[in-house]
Design a protein around this ligand. Sequence first.
Ligand code: ZN
Length: 276
Amino acid sequence: MPEGDTVWQAARRLHDALAGKVLTRSDFRVPRFATVDLTGRTVLDVTPRGKHLLARVEGGLTVHSHLRMDGSWKVFAPGQRWSGGPAHQIRVILGTADRTAVGYRLPVLEVLRTADEQRAVGHLGPDLLGPDWDAARALDNLRADPARPLGEALLDQRNLAGIGNVYKCELCFLLGVTPWLPVGELPADRAAQLPALARRLLEANRDRPVRRTTGVRGQDLFVYGRAPRPCLRCGTSVRVADQGDGSRDRPTYWCPTCQSGPTPRSGGLAGAGRRH
Ligand SMILES: [Zn+2]
C-alpha cells in the first residue's frame, strides 16, 4: 500500500510531465468516464492530498485518482516502451506533445469539478506532506477515540493523511509502544512527539527511492518486514501479526523488547520469534 511519500513522488512526476502543457491525448478507459475528452485543455497542476492525486485542468475540472494497493502512474517519452503492465490494466492515458502519462490499475479514477474536490478528499485529516498540516488537530483526531489501538488510528486517513502500514509500524517502534496500545494510554510526552515524528519520516523520504527510517544505509527499516530477524536496536527477534485498519488486516511488525504495550494473544506468526 503506498504511503504518502509514494503518492507525493507520483504527483511530482505527473506535475513535471504535464503541468503548463496542453493535453493532446485523453483516453479514459473506465465506463463512467469513457466519453470524457480533455484534449485542448491545459493541465494546471498535479497535487497530492494524503494518498489521493488531484490533476487539475483548465475549465475547472479535476482528475481524481487513488493508487490503493497496486495502482500506479507512469510517464513515458515519445517512442519509449510502456512498462506499467498489460494494456488491459490501463485506466487512463493523458498525453501532451512530449510526454504521455498512463494510469495503471487505478481503483479510484474519476473526473469531477475542481469546486467539488472536497467531496473526494474532504474527509481527510491534516495532510502530513501538505500545506494545511496541523499537528495539534492531527493529535486531537487521534485521541478522539482513546480505546482504539494506535496502529489502527494511525492508518485512519480521517485522523491524519499519509501514513501507510510501513510507517505505522516504524512510528510505533520509534515511540517505543506496540501498535495495539490504546491511543489513550500513549504517555503524554510521546503523544506530543508523534505528529512531528510522523511528518519527519515522510518528509525525509519523499525524495528518496528507498524508504528509510533508521538513517542507516542498507538497514533501512527498524522492524517492518524484518520478522524473524533481529531488531536493529536490541537484537530481539522481530515479530509479526495481523492488525486491522477497519477494512482489512495488515501484517504488523514490532520488537517485543523495545516496544511496550499489548500484543495480540495469537500474535507472532510461525518463525516470528520467541513468545512472552
Ligand atoms: Zn528491539
